[in-house]
Design a protein around this ligand. Structure first.
Ligand SMILES: [Mg+2]
Length: 278
């Protein structure tokens, strides 16, 4: 048979993919974006410890979390800056406990809260192996986080995460917050990467996973607590993992350009972290 002579008719030929790659080829991956709080850093545990140290009570996390969600929503909506939000959140928290605090007392409580909190940050156990793997696989890594700039940069530096990131996007510095697509696109622009060549991983289904999907990135919901088994459900386009240890296999199976990483010669960022901070 002479296959060269038998060109397929136009009606039997699939149209080219928009990007020029073959329509059946898996997408390429160049960039992995990671949320920080409760994705890399166990913030919930740190805040629980801090509230207990400040009040002697172990039952106040749900109240604090509820008040935080309400106040962060105002920041995301552009109605409050982070500094004002922090003060008002603490004022509201104390009021809910029946404490009518003067402004100076609120400020003192907030200062003490931050001091204790800064000593309470811990990485989840699966963070450093995952970051090492992403680096060894040749992928760019970015942090994409809703928080105030100075606060979050200090946390990232003190926990030894800075060497891993090619770019850090913090809502307080960018001027918008997840799920606004501008947050995700600002990272893609900075690293000269198309949104479809990036994936974002975070613990919030709405602001992280669905936000990333709507911005054109691959989306991974990190459901450490198994919330998806009892309540929240991810849409079909969102991948769900229960820990960062599951991320390498997911990326290798779903993306074309991610392979088994090679061991790089010399010192790695995690080795420096283990040798220095921990
Ligand atoms: Mg988070």
């Amino acid at each position: 048979m002479d296959f060269a002579a038998a060109a397929p008719t136009p009606s039997r030929t699939a149209p080219p993919a928009p990007s020029g790659r073959e329509p059946w080829a898996p997408p390429e991956l160049r960039l992995v974006c990671l949320d920080i709080d409760d994705t890399l850093i166990d913030c919930t545990a740190a805040i629980r410890r801090t509230l207990h140290a400040l009040t002697g009570r172990g039952d106040l996390w749900p109240l604090w979390d509820l008040i935080t969600e309400e106040h962060v929503a105002l920041v995301v909506a552009g109605k409050l800056g982070y500094d004002v939000m922090h003060h008002r959140r603490t004022e509201c928290f104390l009021a809910e406990l029946g404490i009518a605090a003067e402004s100076v007392q609120v400020a003192a409580f907030e200062t003490r809260r931050r001091e204790i909190l800064a000593r309470s940050w811990r990485l989840f156990d699966d963070v450093l192996p995952c970051l090492e793997w992403l680096r060894a696989a040749g992928l760019c890594i970015a942090a994409v986080t809703n928080a105030s700039g100075a606060h979050q940069r200090r946390k990232i530096a003190e926990l030894g995460l800075s060497p891993f990131f090619d770019h850090v996007a913090i809502a307080g510095e960018v001027g918008v917050a997840k799920p606004d697509p501008v947050m995700f696109h600002s990272v893609c622009l900075a690293l000269e990467c198309a949104p479809e060549q990036a994936v974002h991983v975070g613990d919030k289904l709405d602001t992280d996973a669905i936000g990333a999907r709507d911005a054109g990135l691959g989306a991974v919901w990190l459901d450490r607590d198994g919330t998806g088994r009892v309540g929240e459900r991810a849409p079909r386009e969102v991948y769900t993992v229960s820990g960062l240890g599951e991320l390498p296999e997911l990326l290798v199976s779903e993306y074309a350009t991610v392979g088994v990483p090679v061991q790089r010669a010399g010192e790695t960022p995690a080795a420096r972290v283990r040798g220095g901070v921990f």
